[in-house]
Design a protein around this ligand. Sequence first.
Ligand code: ME8
Length: 643
Amino acid sequence: MSDTFYLTTPLYYVNGVPHVGHTYTSVIADAIARYKRMCGLQVCSLTGTDEHGLKIERAARQQGLSPRKFTNTYAATFRQVWKKLGLSFDEFIRTTEKRHGDAVAEMFERIKENNFIYLGEYSGNYCVNCEAYTPQGVTDCPDCGRPTEFMTEESYFFKLSAFEEKLLNFYDSNPDFIIPATRMNEIVSFVKGGLKDLSISRTSFSWGIPIPGDEKHIFYVWFDALTGYLAGIGFASQSENFEQYWPADVQLIGKDILRFHAVYWPAFLIAAGLEPPRHILVNGWWTVEGEKMSKSRGNTITTDELIKLVPPDYVKYFLLREIPIGADGNFSYTLLLKRVNSDLANDLGNLSNRILTMIESYCKGHIPGFGEPETRDEELKQFSSETIDLFRKNFDSLQINKAIENVWELISMVNKYIVANEPWAMGADPAKEDRLGTVLYYSAETLRIIAILMAPIIPTGTASILKQLGVSKPLEDHRIPQLAWGELEMGSPIGKIQAIYPRLDQDELLSRVEEARQQKESPPPAAQETDVTSQKEEIGIEDFAKVEMRVGKIVSAERVPKSDKLLKVQVDIGSEVRQVVAGIGQEYAPEELPGRLVAVVTNLKPVKLMGVESNGMLVAAANQGKPVLVAFNEPVRLGARLQ
Ligand code: ME8
């Protein structure tokens, strides 16, 4: 078996701040990385940010920032938040880095060389939010429900259709490729349903990586982003490092992006002559108080808010203990409080405090020696070593919540052991000194084992337990596979006793949650129908000279739902395709517009009309109050400025 271990989180979009959902996947990754390090493996755990594409470009523009500045800010936020949470990532890749661009170009060249790429034309409905085309005839995005946009463009295609059989064979010979296995069926039936070639370039936006040799084409964000998993370990820059870590051992994702990772990703890799990852670990979905998190509901729990209110160990423990990976979860501060007060404060915190305080009082603060063990002692020792085995078995198969349950059974066992042996009743009796030493040694040694097992999950508190037990070896230098009974040194002094997991006070926590909620941005006001003329009125006469008007060609048009006046129009202005909402719906039918040359005001601030974004305005003359579009009779270059 190889002694390296490579795991990745998704590369998160930078159009918002991280929230409890992103935190969940990152926390799972951190626990696995720590566990594998404590198994003696050389681990690389990678996270990062997905920064290109129309969605990011638009989000930047909405905030009046350049995409570069915008992405710099958000990428820094992600990095800082993971640091505050104490996550131990080894690599952070941004898709705007040079090493990433080089890797994407290299991937493209390799796949092209193997004849899996060709130039064609693509038309279809595209969801900007999910950065994905929708199936033919589907106008609302099946994933997020938002309306899609019709696009036609020259595009490079990846011959995904050539991979049906290869993928099915791959799944067949790697039945545990997708964990949990239940998700495999969904992917197999998708592939069996037939695969169409995949458009992997766009000409409709510029914020991305250009195709080598044909720079007006920009890589499709998914082709771009997935390659980040290779770029982060040195593909196309440090081949030795890359060879050491690829294929990835585990790639963590949420169920929303399974198809990209279980179909497109292995196909891209096979086409480039690379091995697919060993496992894709798919986590379920967190809702908040039973509702989907969303900006409009204003119920998003950001990671920043979470760690301001609750210490990192509590957050990690709750997320990993509450649900099995793969199942959906419901987040609420009340549930979190119940769980951590019961498990961390009552069970583990009290156990640690109880054992250490007795060693301090009855053994002058030194780990006692032990005498001849009795059956009960042997049982505890036996149970500890069984727990180590079970914990490893469950963690190795990525059933982290079960591994935690195993440790809690041991905690309950040692608690019962202490109660049954009543060390406090022996403390004053010199004849029972030997027995007292044995009971406290056995309890303290079990506590040491508990702390080491739990270290990958709750590293702060467990490090403190070890320190209090007088163990000087740093937490991460302990090796879980070699963990054995009896290593706690008799006669060594214990450290200063400190409470590790104080209880959270319900009233205090809930009032701080309320405070945090009030500080949150209030959701954007509901979109109202704004007449296009009112947009015109906002421009003062002195501004008129500054108005930039360009020649555009209408690519597609459709009605804005629930409005008889507004049309959502896609206009090609040479450098990009713009979405403009125009109040011409009573005079023009959407079907008659595609192909028509128009004048577009291109330097207006984006606005939302009936909830639909408009990036400009079509120039029209008012004829008896009715708009007539300005037209061109001579051939004219798209994007030419009107003067
Ligand atoms: O999809 N519950 O980025 P993204 C659980 N950039 N997990 C959640 C969650 C929730 N409510 N919300 C988010 C992208 N996640 C692409 C990935 S990879 C090359 C490109 C987690 O910012 C979950 O892991 O939308 C999900 O897959 C990921 O965040 C999506 O992050």
